[in-house]
Design a protein around this ligand. Sequence first.
Ligand SMILES: Cc1cc2nc3c(=O)[nH]c(=O)nc-3n(C[C@H](O)[C@H](O)[C@H](O)COP(=O)(O)O)c2cc1C
Length: 215
Amino acid sequence: MKIEIDKDFPIHFKSSYPEEFELFSHFEVTAGIPSVLFAITTWKENGKPNVCFHSWSCFHGDKTAFFAVMGNLYQHTHTYANIMREKCFCINFLPIDYYDNLVDTIHHNKTDDDEFEAGGFTQSDARTIHAPVIDEAFINIECTLKQIQDLSGAGITAMVTGQVQHISVDEAYAQGYEKRYGKKGFMLLIPAPQNLVTGEPGSSAIATSHIEKYD
Ligand SMILES: Cc1cc2nc3c(=O)[nH]c(=O)nc-3n(C[C@H](O)[C@H](O)[C@H](O)COP(=O)(O)O)c2cc1C
């Protein structure tokens, strides 16, 4: 038997905080699909560096180009405004050890905040675009803005697609699987899986990957 969840909000779903389902679709916690966590870095209009902890994205391309598709960036964020203005951004992958540092940047999110300082990150300049990059990241991906699309049309979020121009990889992560796909590698967001039977809310979880087999 399968539990069927429709487009209409399931009346037995309870939220874990009052605005949860103002911000997120109930489908997000119905499926609870994990996706990689990273930091988007951009310049604010006043010249201060901005860090945005983010997920909800995928990365792919063909032989002519490679893209970072950030499916769900909130339009009210500094990051959205910065990308609209600068037409570029950097994606920084950090290990789970930096989770608390990244959350610190959420709590120091004023226009005048230097969010690298807030997160204790070392800043350097991107090589091909006008953006700050996080030195502690094991991969930095420099992107130029390719496209912005408001998928729902509600003016809340946007799908922001960046075309990858350059990737920097920490030498320690340049060979083999252990570093990138172990506890010091990519971290993943598991978005608060709802108990679909009782409707009780779950907690978001942070995961790392574990290789089961090779193809
Ligand atoms: C795991 C995770 C947790 C987040 N938690 C919050 C949160 O508690 N409050 C919030 O406003 N945004 C949260 N965000 C979203 C953005 O990181 C946050 O809004 C960010 O500070 C926006 O930055 P900006 O305005 O500088 O672009 C979270 C993102 C992730 C990936």
